[in-house]
Design a protein around this ligand. Structure first.
Ligand code: SF4
Ligand code: SF4
Length: 133
């Protein structure tokens, strides 16, 4: 899983990645890992005590990372994903979202990301057009 991202990835061509806020990277199987520093940052942002944030918004298994819980829903949305009927997906903690979210897809991606990330799809289409394809 997962990131409303503001990922502005440069490429070798003039075309640049623009997040279209489809929300796909904030849904589905997967985990959003959060460090202790990120948990503190998010807890402060939400105005909830750190311990309560850990209990109510994260999972932890000894020896593994801590990660954000999912909200209910068939598409397994991140607890902080917000969607309106026709509007873009947004992140309720955009200002303090975890690095994992911030870094997609500029610093990490998945092999199938071009199938579900609308920004990557648009970038591929733009490059194809500029290549004359
Ligand atoms: S924290 Fe925000 S950006 Fe990250 S997965 Fe959740 S909704 Fe998406
Ligand atoms: S899947 Fe891609 S376009 Fe959709 S919200 Fe994530 S980064 Fe943005």
């Amino acid at each position: 899983m997962r990131p409303e991202c503001e990922c502005d990835e440069s490429s070798s061509s003039d075309a640049q990645f623009v997040c279209l806020r489809c929300g796909s990277c904030c849904t589905g199987e997967g985990f959003v890992s959060v460090s202790a520093a990120e948990c503190r940052r998010i807890a402060d942002f939400l105005g909830v005590p750190y311990g309560r944030f850990l209990d109510e918004y994260t999972h932890y298994r000894k020896g593994l990372d801590r990660w954000l819980i999912d909200a209910e829903g068939n598409d397994i949305p991140c607890i902080f994903l917000r969607r309106t009927k026709n509007g873009p997906a947004t992140c309720a903690i955009e200002e303090v979202k975890p690095d994992q979210c911030r870094d997609f897809p500029a610093l990490w991606t998945r092999s199938d990301a071009s199938d579900w990330c609308e920004g990557l799809k648009a970038l591929a289409a733009e490059r194809e057009t500029s290549d004359g394809g």
